[in-house]
Design a protein around this ligand. Structure first.
Ligand code: SF4
Length: 336
């Protein structure tokens, strides 16, 4: 199998070396859904070259927070493709002695048992950044990307400089769907995001309030995201929840998405306001899993990506902040 045939660096040489060095007999592979088509070829290559048994995770793999610990329990090492090791992964650093200790333990467990392959893209991003220049209104942009394109941001910066635009790369330039530190503090008026899909640029626009130009180097497509439009969509969802009498409060059971204290606190607040509220713990949160629960709406305390997945769901699915608006504890202008 050629490493670059699919547009990503799979780092198979490094993986094979690790398997041999640690004398691994059984290896687990976790790969994002969009790349599952490649998983069989990777598994076959590892087996052929090392003789180790290879077990593929068939579960979802949305982020570094989404580690298949059950699979890890039956293999010697888990290889997690597509994300950077993040500590703590998911909903960010938590405060409080108990939480800090839990995060610390999780960090050690991840470092010991999981090997991350970022899946750096072999696609050049300069051509799509050249296309994006026409959409940039101001003189400067905060330049960010998903992990796959970070190693090419300097090339993108040079393209922008030639076009007379200053590009500022904050931290390492990386954004997650729930973490926008690379551009949140930027003084630039706009953000140029390099990557695929709507989830990241929508999140950036919503949480920073800046106009986001998204450049997808695989599709060679430019899209623009503005906070006002996204806020209107969220107001619409909150509006649909105002008459609800009962809510399911969703607890994500993936390690970096687990937010039990917040969920319990929301349940108590809802009950105190005369609403029915039930705590529902799920590994995979999707429509099919929720249909059987006869409540009027749901509250998501897990991954923010859910908001995108549930945009056409019949029942409103609110974020924590949005639910607090429904409870009358937060203003409509405070949902982000
Ligand atoms: S956006 Fe969701 S899947 Fe990605 S790191 Fe954050 S909580 Fe995990």
């Amino acid at each position: 199998m050629e490493q670059n045939a699919y547009g990503f660096e799979f780092e198979l040489e490094q993986i094979k070396a690790l398997i041999e060095e640690r004398r691994v007999r059984r290896v687990g592979l976790q790969i994002p859904s969009g790349l599952k088509r490649v998983a069989l070829a990777i598994a076959a290559e590892i087996y052929k070259e090392t003789g180790a048994d290879v077990i593929l995770s068939g579960n979802s793999c949305y982020g570094a927070c989404d580690i298949d610990w059950k699979l890890r329990g039956i293999v010697d090492i888990l290889i997690h493709f597509g994300h950077t090791a993040a500590f703590p992964p998911g909903n960010g650093e938590r405060e409080g002695e108990g939480e800090e200790e839990e995060d610390h333990q999780l960090k050690e467990k991840i470092q010991e048992h999981v090997f991350f392959v970022e899946l750096r893209s072999t696609i050049e991003i300069e051509p799509v950044v050249e296309m994006a220049v026409a959409e940039i209104r101001g003189d400067s942009v905060a330049l960010v990307a998903t992990v796959q394109h970070l190693h090419r941001l300097d090339g993108a910066k040079a393209v922008l400089a030639r076009a007379g635009k200053q590009a500022v790369i904050g931290k390492d330039g990386q954004v997650l769907g729930c973490e926008f530190g690379s551009c949140a503090e930027s003084t630039c008026d706009e953000v140029l995001f390099v990557g695929s899909g709507c989830f990241h640029p929508e999140g950036i626009a919503l949480y920073t309030g800046k106009r986001v130009i998204a450049a997808d180097p695989f599709m060679m497509r430019i899209s623009v995201f503005e906070q006002d439009e996204l806020i209107k969509e969220r107001y619409n969802v909150i509006g649909r929840a105002l008459d609800a009498k009962s809510f399911g409060i969703l607890i994500g059971m993936k390690s970096g998405q687990f937010n039990l204290d917040e969920a319990v606190s929301l349940q108590r607040k809802a009950v105190a306001k005369g609403l029915e509220a039930y705590l529902i713990a799920l590994e995979e949160i999707n429509e099919e899993q929720l249909l059987g629960f006869k409540v009027d709406g749901f509250v998501n305390t897990a991954c923010p990506r859910l908001a995108e997945d549930f945009v056409h769901f019949k029942k409103p699915v609110l974020s924590i902040n949005e639910f607090e608006v429904v409870l009358g504890e937060r203003g409509w202008d405070e949902i982000v």
